[in-house]
Design a protein around this ligand. Structure first.
Ligand SMILES: [Zn+2]
Ligand SMILES: [Zn+2]
Length: 352
């Protein structure tokens, strides 16, 4: 089968970062294995970080992982199942939760998929979905409403799931009359905005340096938009009675957004960290005197993904995408890295 593999780490993201080549097809080895014919695979900034080698100390400590297939936002059709698989059949349309979980550890039993003690991550710790076929397991696949097309929803497997998970946690905090600030109207933020509008009555204020992104944010349902620049923090504070928002979602997490997010969070409010790269530095006296919370968010659970797919089938969440053939994976990587990718990049194998 055809697959796009990483052969060497290189922090310059060269134009030949990945090699599109013929490799052996995955085989059913475990009774719970599921092989998916990939219909679409989302391209993520994490793929850039994988090429840069940022994940190597965690995913490849022995240096034995390369070459391997990237791609962790996958959707397609069930091609083959192991002997114990009962939840999907050959031909079903599925989206894959990014983690292959065991179902037996305490975290799995609590529904806390991302903390599975035996989890494996296709596209990060083993072969992923930039290929004709992907091997995952029965616990990872969510069977989809047939109205959904893999190329329209693949990126919800990770980007969408991450945005949804954070909003889902905030629902009890965002009653009528409350305000939510969304920092960053990009790949994750635009899904977060739609989830907020679908799931809470909060007024949604979106901040971003890019005017075009703010125009799109209005289309996604933002009540107010503020362009990041001189004095913008004061504008946001004025919109929130000078006190800040009940919940601030920081989908950026670096380049100063992590400081601004804290400034925009009102006393008793919550600062949700979703994007990463920077450092949150807060005096302890500010934390205790205002009882503000800083909340970390990591991808999402299987249930989060199942719920997000229902919102999507209802037409309440849609993805803004740019499609590339799998053969053009390196062009897509360059476009993402150079800021020339509009919406979420989606790779489609031949014939899918
Ligand atoms: Zn990702
Ligand atoms: Zn587990």
């Amino acid at each position: 089968m055809k697959a796009a593999r990483l052969h060497r780490y290189d922090d310059s993201i060269p134009p030949d970062s990945l090699t599109v080549e013929e490799i052996d097809e995955p085989k059913i080895e475990n009774p719970f294995d599921v092989i998916v014919r990939v219909g679409a695979a989302g391209l993520c900034r994490t793929d850039i970080h994988v090429v840069e080698g940022q994940w190597a100390p965690i995913q490849d400590p022995d240096g034995t992982l390369l070459p391997y297939v990237l791609g962790h936002e996958n959707s397609g059709w069930v091609e083959e199942v192991g002997s114990a698989v009962t939840n999907v059949e050959v031909g079903d349309t599925v989206i894959c939760h990014p983690l292959m979980t065991c179902g037996l550890c305490m975290a799995c039993r609590a529904g806390d998929d991302m903390r599975c003690e035996n989890g494996e991550f296709p596209g990060l710790s083993r072969d992923g979905g930039f290929a004709d076929l992907l091997k995952t397991n029965a616990r990872a696949v969510v069977k989809l409403d047939p109205v959904l097309e893999p190329k329209d929803i693949a990126a919800l497997a990770d980007a969408g799931l991450t945005a949804y998970h954070a909003v889902r946690k905030s629902v009890p905090l965002l009653n009528a009359g409350t305000r939510a600030v969304v920092i960053g109207a990009g790949g994750l933020g635009h899904i977060g905005i739609q989830c907020l509008k679908a799931m809470t009555p909060a007024q949604v204020i979106v901040v971003d340096p890019n005017e075009k992104a703010l125009d799109l944010a209005k289309d996604w349902g933002a009540d107010e938009t503020v362009q990041v620049g001189e004095g913008y923090l004061d504008t946001v504070l004025e919109m929130t009675d000078g006190q800040g928002a009940e919940v601030v979602f920081d989908y950026v997490g670096e380049r100063g957004a992590e400081d601004d997010a804290w400034q925009m969070t009102r006393a008793g409010g919550s600062h949700y960290v979703i994007g990463y790269g920077g450092t949150v530095e807060v005096p302890t006296i500010d934390l205790i005197s205002t009882e503000r919370s800083i909340v970390g968010n990591l991808v999402g659970t299987y249930m989060d993904l199942a719920e997000l797919m229902i919102l999507t089938a209802q037409g309440k969440v849609t993805l803004h995408t740019s499609t590339y053939p799998l053969d053009a994976v390196n062009d897509a990587m360059q476009d993402l890295n150079n800021g020339n990718l509009r919406g979420r990049g989606i790779l489609v194998p031949d014939g899918a």
